[in-house]
Design a protein around this ligand. Structure first.
Ligand SMILES: Nc1nc2c(c(=O)[nH]1)N[C@H]1C(S)=C(S)[C@@H](COP(=O)(O)O)O[C@H]1N2
Ligand SMILES: [Mo]
Length: 262
């Protein structure tokens, strides 16, 4: 044994072939063991860090830091000209899939619905569907993708978010970093980086396949944002607000990527 340890520090040239092989094998296994131990310790350490979503759960803070770094890389390389691929209307699904009903309570009264735009504290616009429909209509046919693994080509109609901002003089608000949207009951909510919100395919949507949105797909108004996964396409918008801080986001609080770009 003593001999073997001594050999570890001796040059190969002074060792027999058998001793050289034993030395090499020992070093390889030791290195593998050390790396494995380091990995296990790092993982145990991560599991002992707090969850970023607090009581809702979420993910461990060091892992969130990795996602935030991804965010920075992706928002840094995002170009305003980036567009999601569009398709002819003939390729759109005639029966669009329905998925997710958080914030879509049965007691919703569509007749008294208004879209609330919070400009500043105490300065709120309350708009009807007609106030939105009187703006030019924009249609988009794109491949809608859900993080659960399905996707579907769908045809939507509505008002470009950037047109809406201009028409209602919300340029100051839109100069902030993020826009937040909530359902009327505040059960579902998303935060969107302003560049993606102002991208030309993002619409405040009131039509599916050329007809009014069905109730379970967000009537009277939902967000369609083709550069993001389905989770960001909030159905039944009640309130819109603007902030430099990331607005609360339902699925980000539960561990999903805040940016969720495609
Ligand atoms: N209010 C609300 N909006 C929502 C959801 C939800 O549960 N509640 N689910 C999201 C998810 S995960 C997806 S994939 C899409 C599905 O839209 P669809 O029902 O029109 O297919 O809506 C998004 N918007
Ligand atoms: Mo989804």
């Amino acid at each position: 044994m003593k001999h073997f340890i001594k050999n570890l520090f001796r040059k190969n040239s002074g060792l027999t072939v058998e001793e050289q092989i034993r030395k090499k094998t020992f070093i390889s296994f030791s290195l593998f063991g050390l790396l494995l131990a380091a990995g296990v310790i790092a993982w145990i350490w991560i599991l002992h860090t707090p969850l970023d979503g607090g009581l809702q759960g979420g993910i461990h803070e060091p892992l969130r830091k990795v996602l935030n770094t991804n965010d920075k890389i992706f928002t840094g390389t995002f170009s305003e000209n980036r567009t999601a691929k569009e398709y002819p209307k003939s390729e759109a699904a005639t029966k669009a899939r329905v998925n997710g009903n958080i914030g879509m309570s049965d007691d919703f009264d569509a007749n008294s619905w208004k879209l609330y735009i919070i400009k500043k504290k105490g300065d709120t616009l309350a708009l009807t569907l007609d106030d939105i429909k009187k703006l030019p209509k924009t249609e988009v046919v794109h491949n809608f993708k859900c993080i659960e693994g399905w996707n579907q080509i769908t045809w939507w109609g509505g008002v470009r978010f950037s047109d809406f901002i201009r028409y209602y003089h919300l340029e100051n608000e839109a100069s902030l970093q993020y826009v937040g949207m909530k359902t009327p009951d505040e059960e579902y909510y998303v935060g969107i980086d302003m560049r993606s919100a102002l991208q030309q395919q993002t619409i405040l949507c009131y039509e599916l396949n050329g007809k009014p949105l069905p109730m379970n797909q967000g009537y009277p108004l939902r967000l369609i944002i083709p550069v993001k996964y389905g989770i960001k396409n909030i159905k039944r918008i009640g309130t819109i607000f603007f902030d430099n801080e990331k607005p609360a986001d339902y699925w980000a609080e539960r561990g999903y990527d805040y940016y969720s770009g495609l």
